[in-house]
Design a protein around this ligand. Structure first.
Ligand code: TNX
Length: 482
């Protein structure tokens, strides 16, 4: 058994002995990549060396090569990895594939068993390329505040499973979590969260540094301002956004659907233009998520005008808008991304038409991909509105079949989601993400025909030591033979 998650497109095991890795010399196209590859190996207990002569040093050569990957594969992330014959070689069409290869290698390394022992990797040939390009995690840093250190730890985790997107839910009823230079007053809505306690926000510099950290790992940060509902933090600061002009009270509960903007209020469009304009200027990725979920007190026409305006502002700034699935109630421009999350709502009947109009879908079905759901009814953390989500539930689902009648090529990819109403610490957060994030990552990466839950559970058990080494707590679900 090879402890790989997500499972690669093609794996073969030549009849050759494992390669002992007393020391490894990394030869990569650039220093930044060499640094990250070395970091992966060091985390697996491998000593790095720049000695080119000592015969006990194994060379790990990483090279760009358009022929890399499975035969006939054309995806930009394709890569190949060869371990054996005294050396390790990775090839990839683009640098991201070289990092994928290094992460595959890191999962293959068996650490030294005893003091003075030598780590090793089995002889393998891997040719690999992902099924979907959009492979992500949506992370709520509002309900409970998770700051830059926690976000960096989450980037490390998502990158370990070869995910490419970290979507940050930055605003909601409880707080506003990012500095907006044109609206500095929003900082007043940052020191609040579910149940109280000290909370915070990302400064412009924090946000830039997080994007640097993510980009070095080929992860894109997608920021979300949720509107026109989930806006109590904004109406707490700007009373002028409300119907009666009176600022709302701070909110520390977990109900949804009570707050809203008013399309015809003259303060509304300038607010949207300021916050989305600043966010677009601060964001390097191609996408801005503008929410749209759970607006329970607005008629359809007003909601549709919001969707049109928010989408238009995002496009004026050269970005692509993403809405929660409710965005299908409004006019849908080609290229708009819609994030599916639950099988209800008046927009359901419009999904297929939206796909024909050029919308693309990110699949985050609550009953499979919401990693804030409890594992079992007794689980101390999490919510239950989508049911319990055990490891097998997060593994056994098919993104192309989530929406009846949707053309398979309208599926852009898959995003797990973790909401933090009940999660207060990094350990709690990670215990909800692990091991289920690996399951969703495999749904997003691997061909359906090659998935097998029992094999996945065994590979999950084999990864646990590396999670312990990384300081990543996980839930010891009985579905895994730990
Ligand atoms: C639904 S998913 C929400 C969030 C909650 C989450 C809890 C979505 C678009 N809205 O506001 O935090 O459920 O699981």
């Amino acid at each position: 058994m090879l402890p790989l998650i997500p499972w690669p497109t093609e794996v073969s095991r030549p009849d050759a002995p494992a390669l002992e890795l007393a020391a490894v010399r990394v030869d990569a196209p650039d220093a930044a990549l060499a640094g990250l590859v070395s970091e992966q190996l060091a985390a697996a207990g491998v000593r790095l060396s720049d000695d080119g002569t000592d015969g006990s040093v194994v060379a790990f050569g990483l090279h760009l090569d358009a022929d890399a990957g499975p035969a006939g594969a054309t995806g930009p992330e394709r890569y190949s990895l060869h371990v054996g014959d005294g050396a390790i070689t990775a090839t990839a069409a683009e640098p991201v594939g070289l990092l994928h290869a290094a992460r595959t290698l890191r999962q293959l390394v068996t650490p030294a068993q005893e003091v003075g022992g030598v780590p090793s990797a089995p002889a393998v040939v891997v040719h690999d390329s992902p099924r979907y390009t959009w492979r992500g995690l949506s992370f709520d840093v509002v309900r409970h505040w998770f700051g830059p250190d926690d976000i960096r730890a989450v980037i490390d985790l998502v990158a370990a499973f070869k995910l490419r997107v970290l979507h940050l839910h930055l605003t909601d009823d409880q707080g506003w979590r990012i500095e907006i230079p044109s609206r500095p007053e929003l900082e007043k809505a940052s020191d609040n969260q579910v149940g109280g306690g000290t909370a915070g926000f990302l400064t412009v510099d924090d946000y830039a540094a997080l994007q640097d950290y993510a980009a070095a790992r080929y992860v894109t940060i997608v920021p979300e301002f949720d509107m026109p509902g989930h806006v109590n933090a904004a109406t707490h600061v700007y009373g002028g956004l409300t119907a009666d002009g009176v600022a709302t009270d701070a909110y520390g509960g977990i109900e949804v659907g009570f707050s809203r903007l008013w399309f015809d209020n003259p303060a509304t469009e300038p607010f949207l233009r300021d916050v989305l304009g600043d966010l677009a200027r601060m964001t390097r990725g191609e996408w801005l998520h503008v929410g749209g979920d759970e607006v329970l007190t607005m008629d359809r026409d007003e909601f549709a005008r919001f969707v049109e305006l928010a989408g238009r502002i995002v496009r004026e700034h050269g970005k692509t808008p993403i809405f929660w699935q409710e965005g299908a109630r409004g006019p849908v421009e080609p290229g708009t991304l819609l994030q599916y999350w639950e099988p209800k709502g008046e927009e359901l009947e419009r999904f297929v038409a939206a796909a024909h109009a050029g919308a693309r879908f990110i699949m985050s079905p609550g009953n499979h991909a919401y990693l804030d759901m409890k594992y079992t009814p007794e689980h101390p953390l999490g919510l239950e509105w989508a049911g319990c989500v055990e490891l097998r539930d997060s593994y056994e689902w098919e993104p192309a079949l989530v929406i009846d009648g949707l053309p398979a090529d309208a599926v852009e990819g898959v995003s797990a989601a973790v909401w933090t109403e009940t999660l207060t610490t990094r350990d709690e957060l990670f215990s909800m993400l692990l091991p289920r994030l690996g399951a969703v990552a495999e749904v997003a990466w691997s061909a359906p025909a090659r998935k097998d839950f029992d094999a996945f559970a065994a590979r999950t058990a084999a990864q646990a030591p590396a999670w312990r080494t990384a300081g990543w707590p996980f839930h010891p679900t009985p579905q895994v033979p730990w």
